[in-house]
Design a protein around this ligand. Structure first.
Ligand SMILES: [Zn+2]
Length: 281
């Protein structure tokens, strides 16, 4: 019987039968798994406070021979997800991340780097103001780690560096930016500096996004670009994307960019946070 002890994030849970719960987890060691938490409905003491969305856990999983589901034997809470549920903007950005882990990764396919990145994002989200640039960069960085990295600094078709001009085409079918020779004419023109800013954004820690020089007015354009890119390459629209855009309309996500205040929303942020795995985010 295989057993695993690994860090995990709770993606979602469902009631199962009279006394159990089904738990979707994204784990560091074995990627996405569905496990049954026996007795979790009947007794709250069995998994106290752990099986909530966004919670980060240390879990003990067993994979019994011939069983269809893994069994969640035990779970210790590392970091509760409460702070992400209480604020709409944070909730929406975190939900989009979890939807990508849920729908764009294969069950049982390990990607420890993606796990650590995701855990780091959840930590950053607990501390930072949930502005639109943060939402955009979480989406872009996650896509890049999932293997859907748009070509932003060279021509996606011929590979040459983008010319020194103001705007170039962006052709989602080709994989990103296209030089004038390769542009089909239908590809919308995008400022080269914006593409360069997004490229830098993939490599820059989320907390330092204010230094990218991406102004608020350009964030909407980048959002539309990425949304089309994602739909083309992934083949569907994220359910949470609609939710995020409704929140944008309600202005629960603040504009940030170069003019925004990217200071933590609360003064109680641990000074050591930057040395945590969140540094990877
Ligand atoms: Zn080209």
């Amino acid at each position: 019987m295989l057993e695993y002890r690994t860090a995990a994030v709770v993606l979602r849970t469902f009631d199962y039968g009279e006394s159990d719960r089904l738990v979707h987890l994204y784990t560091e060691q074995i990627g996405r798994v569905t496990a049954i938490a026996k007795g979790a409905r009947r007794s709250r003491r069995r998994f106290p406070g752990t099986l909530e969305i966004f919670s980060r856990l240390e879990v003990h999983l067993v994979d019994p021979p011939r069983a269809q589901l893994m069994r969640l034997e035990g779970a210790v809470l590392v970091e509760p997800g409460e702070g992400l549920v209480q604020q709409l903007g944070r909730f929406a950005i975190a939900s989009q991340l979890l939807e990508m882990l849920d729908r764009l990764t294969a069950e049982g396919e390990a990607n420890p780097e993606l796990f650590r990145f995701s855990a780091g994002v959840l930590m950053v989200l607990c501390e930072e103001r949930p502005d639109r640039l943060l939402a955009l960069l979480v989406l872009l960085k996650t896509l890049a780690r999932l293997g859907y990295r748009p070509q932003l600094v060279a021509c996606a078709r011929c590979g040459r560096s983008l010319p020194e001009r103001d705007r170039v085409g962006f052709d989602v079918a080709q994989g990103g930016a296209v030089c004038p020779d390769c542009a089909s004419g239908e590809a919308p023109a995008v400022p080269v500096w914006l593409l360069a800013g997004l490229e830098a954004g993939i490599r820059t820690p989320l907390r330092q996004r204010g230094e990218l020089g991406i102004p608020d007015r350009a964030v909407g354009q980048a959002e539309r670009l990425l949304s089309r890119f994602l739909q083309f390459h992934v083949g569907f629209e994220l359910r949470t994307a609609n939710f995020l855009s409704q929140i944008r309309d309600l202005e629960c996500l603040d504009g940030a960019g170069v003019h925004g205040d990217t200071a933590p929303a609360s003064g109680s942020v641990a000074a050591g946070a930057s040395t945590s795995p969140a540094g990877r985010a």
